[in-house]
Design a protein around this ligand. Structure first.
Ligand code: ARG
Ligand code: ZN
Length: 866
């Protein structure tokens, strides 16, 4: 079942033009496809049979070649392929298929979301629409006609520009779209519905007028402005930073409520999960606004990094995703706070991607094999892939990197290429040999950098010794050393910076010597997280606290603070396990007090520094995860810091109280709200009554979702159960008609760590706002319980595991992609104690023993049980 990178062969047949005709009806959709096919001139040897992908469940009504109808004996259908022997060198294939979009619960191919038709073709969804060489190295020019009832589906959209339209019989109408840019089938899209529209325009750097259109359901028309602003910012930024101009007369975004992932970059017609495009101060949190800005930019940037230059095969997925995540991260950093953006991204990488690297599904940024490609839209391909591109940026510097990306786009415009081609462009402009660097694409696992130092006072010489290693991962016992940029600074005791720069590490062990120093420096290592590795250096608490106060690298200031906390928490976990009383060290209280009293500090930065490392991070760092100890220790620390600094928390809260300002999602305001709500959290953690009142007040009086939701979550997760129930009910009554807000309402309850969590989520799964066919609802309830409520998901009686397995088995029939993704927490079973890991394994085995598993779930389960 698995397919391998090494088996790649160029396509035997090309499709130069594709004409599609959709008759959209309530009970069925008829698709007429007309493909101009020719033998690939680059492939020599005797002609191969024509092989087209086509889902086995798709109904084929008619098939012809050059107007000759084929009879069933003229072709073969098996294992998702249609094979026709003895075709001419060049011909027109026509085929008619019948689809049932309203029954498509997998949300791949053509389906219905609420009342509208839409598509999701990446990676391999086009084969559920018609027969086609559904692989990204087959690029074709598409012309698409949609016909549908005019009153129910007044808006008919596809890729490119509309070229003709008219009325048809029985109240129907049609529109024809033409996309001049050749593209792989995974970038095809259509939408039909009764949609509201926000329209604007953008003039490109060369003077082209582009119509910008964002569509959504009528009720959401007031939530499109922020996406529009973000889109225009992204278009300008890509011109300025990468020299990339948009290339069609129209750019469209459509918001749909049923969507497996975040969004999709279909040429000229991006389709978005509502959660990544709708934003309004009253219903969307700051995090939501930032997600909209980032995802709108991400999908727009794909127009060049993904569409104009696409992937040769799906093993190259990171070519477009890693690069585009890097691009969107830099965009967000430029629009907001660079340091905060970096802290957020690295936190995600260190918790979730490092955990993936250490688990049974670990794979290189460029995987070597897969059973189901949907399972490889991972943190490794996306986020680690972006870190790999960032390292190239760090190694080459911004100017050469830009030259490299210019060359890459110029060389490969209109082509389907590989990650090697990307690196080759960077090599060409820099004259550097990046062959060792390429290991980042082929080796899985998180490298460790162990750094030690020696100070020679007589010579004034400081020597850093860097050792690197990388643990084994599935199929890769031994790793070769990586080539990586190690950004550093050297500080004196008082925090003055003596040196800074970037070291290039290549060897398993390597020494770097600095001379002319007067005293032993304190090293600030891996600044701005210059490489995706685990850095070990034996810092003293004093050194870390000094770096927290003085490092000129904002990211490392934060990181120093986190290191102090992680070490302390790891010690407390040991104490807890040994039955010793937990104690809060005075040094930490003193350091935090100083931070809190320093009114010159940026509130956003302060909020990051005063947030304790998450339970997920501590779990990732542990040899064996002790769920209860981690939770209890973190709660102890939170409560103690809350009580010890109660006055300071209140002062910070008041200092950042933005009640008199009108809401704005700019970085400074977001920073103030994040510190304010963090402070409110600590105040609540003291357990004192007045702070419950303060939170209730904030809940009722705030004019924005950020403050309201923060207050709700704090009360809902507190021991004040009556208030919790009241606020949840009030919130429900206020927002029950806002689907995205109800997702938050579900997630807040699913992640509630207080007693009775499983019973609560079980009850919520029967609640009218919950809909098991909607992936957002599933993520908010099942995903949040299993991912953000460790105490209850990992309940020692195994009830949480069984509940998840029940869901996975049920969803596997309905939406395999979502089922496989929800399953992730169970794949980490080997990291837990005997009792828990046996219970988790039992549920995986139960799934394994189930007949007719989808390829998606089968791959994850079978690899996890190895
Ligand atoms: N290319 C999209 C993005 O990252 C993701 C689409 C993934 N879809 C899927 N069914 N795996 O922007
Ligand atoms: Zn993407």
């Amino acid at each position: 079942q698995a397919i391998y990178l090494e088996d790649y062969r160029p396509p035997a047949w090309l499709v130069t033009h594709t004409e599609l005709n959709f008759e959209l009806e309530e009970e069925q959709t008829l698709v007429r496809a007309r493909l101009n096919i020719k033998a690939n001139p680059e492939v020599s040897g005797k002609p191969e049979p024509l092989q087209l992908h086509g889902d086995d469940g798709m109904e084929l009504l008619r098939l012809s070649i050059d107007n000759q109808v084929l009879e069933p004996q003229d072709y073969r259908r098996e294992a998702g392929m249609l094979t026709i022997n003895n075709v001419p060198d060049q011909f027109v294939l026509e085929c008619v298929t019948r689809l049932l979009p309203h029954e498509n619960t997998a949300l791949e191919g053509l389906y219905k979301s609420d009342g509208m038709f839409c598509t999701q073709c990446e990676a391999e969804g086009f084969r559920r629409i018609t027969f086609f060489p559904d692989r990204p190295d087959v690029m074709s020019i598409f012309r698409t006609t949609l016909t549908a009832d005019k009153s129910q589906y007044p808006v008919l959209l596809s890729n490119g520009n509309p070229v003709a339209s008219g009325d048809a019989e029985e109240g129907r109408h049609w529109v024809t779209w033409e996309d001049p840019w050749p593209k792989p089938a995974y970038l095809f899209a259509l939408v039909a519905g009764d949609l509201a529209l926000l329209e604007d325009s953008f003039t490109t750097c060369s003077g082209r007028e582009v119509a910008l259109r964002i569509y959504a359901e009528h009720k959401d028309l007031d939530k499109l402005e922020y996406a529009m602003t973000s889109l225009k910012n992204a278009m300008r930024w890509d011109e300025e930073v990468y020299g990339r101009e948009y290339d069609l007369d129209i750019f469209m975004i459509v918001a749909v409520d049923f969507f497996n992932m975040g969004a999709m970059e279909n040429k000229g017609l991006n389709i978005f999960n509502t959660s990544c495009v709708l934003a309004h101060p009253k219903t969307t949190t700051d995090g939501g606004f930032q997600r909209v800005e980032g995802v709108v930019a991400h999908e727009y940037f794909h127009n060049w990094s993904g569409n104009r230059v696409t992937c040769r095969d799906w093993f190259q997925l990171s070519l477009k995703e890693g690069f585009t995540v890097f691009r969107d991260a830099e965009f967000s950093a430029d629009m907001n706070s660079r340091t905060v953006k970096r802290i957020e991204d690295v936190s995600l990488l260190r918790t979730a991607q490092f955990a993936e690297d250490a688990g049974p599904m670990a794979h290189p940024v460029r995987p070597e094999s897969f059973i189901e490609i949907s399972n490889f839209y991972t943190l490794t391909v996306y986020e680690k892939g972006a870190e790999v591109v960032r390292m190239l940026h760090n190694l080459l510097g911004p100017e050469l990197f830009r030259k490299g990306s210019d060359l890459y786009f110029e060389r490969h415009d209109g082509q389907a290429v590989t990650t090697d081609d990307f690196v080759a462009a960077m090599e060409a402009v820099s004259g550097r040999d990046l062959s060792q660097f390429r290991r980042w694409y082929s080796q899985a696992g998180t490298p460790r950098l162990n750094v030690t130092d020696r100070w020679d006072a007589d010579a004034g010489e400081y020597r850093l010794t860097v050792k690197q290693s990388c643990p084994p991962s599935p199929g890769q016992e031994h790793k070769q050393p990586y080539h990586l940029p190690l950004a550093y600074g050297l500080l004196d005791e008082a925090g003055r910076e003596l040196r800074s720069g970037v070291l290039e590490v290549r060897e398993e062990e390597e020494a770097f010597v600095f001379s002319g120093l007067e005293s032993r420096p304190v090293p600030s290592l891996l600044r701005a997280f210059s490489a995706p590795v685990k850095l070990e250096y034996d810092y003293s608490d004093e050194q870390l606290l000094m770096l927290l106060r003085h490092d000129t690298d904002g990211f490392n200031r934060w990181d120093a603070g986190q290191r102090v906390c992680v070490r302390l928490m790891q010690n407390l976990i040991r104490d807890w396990q040994n039955g010793q009383a937990l104690q809060l060290p005075a040094t930490l209280v003193e350091a935090w007090k100083q931070l809190l009293q320093d009114e010159a500090l940026d509130p956003a930065m302060l909020a990051q520094c005063l947030r304790l490392p998450s339970e997920a991070l501590l779990a990732e760092l542990a040899d064996e995860v002790d769920v209860v100890a981690i939770h209890e220790v973190r709660e102890f620390l939170r409560t103690s810091l809350a009580q010890a600094l109660e006055q300071q928390w209140l002062a910070a809260y008041q200092r950042c109280d933005t009640r008199d300002e009108s809401y704005s999602p700019d970085a400074a305001s977001i920073g103030r709200r994040s510190l304010k709500n963090l402070a409110l959290g600590y105040l609540m953690a003291t357990g004192a009554e007045p702070w419950l009142e303060l939170a209730r007040q904030q809940f009722e009086q705030s004019d924005n979702m950020t403050d309201q939701q923060a207050a709700l979550a704090l009360v809902a997760h507190s021991r004040h159960r009556e208030s919790a129930a009241e606020l949840l009910q009030q919130f429900y009554l206020q927002w029950q008609h806002e689907s995205l807000v109800m997702n938050q309402w579900l997630a807040v309850q699913a992640s509630d760590p207080t007693e009775g969590a499983l019973e609560r989520v079980q009850a919520l799964s029967e609640h009218p706002v919950f809909d098991a066919r909607n992936p957002n609802k599933l993520r908010s309830l099942v995903g949040a319980f299993c991912g953000q409520n460790p105490m209850h998901f990992h309940s020692e009686d195994g009830s949480g595991y069984a509940w998840l397995a029940d869901w996975v088995l049920r969803l596997d029939k309905q939406n395999p992609q979502v089922a496989a993704r929800l399953l992730t927490p169970l794949t980490r079973w080997k990291r837990y104690d005997k009792v828990r890991s046996a219970l988790m394994q039992k549920q995986l085995q139960r799934m394994m023993d189930t007949d007719d598993l989808s390829a998606d779930v089968y791959e994850v389960v079978s690899k996890s049980l190895v």
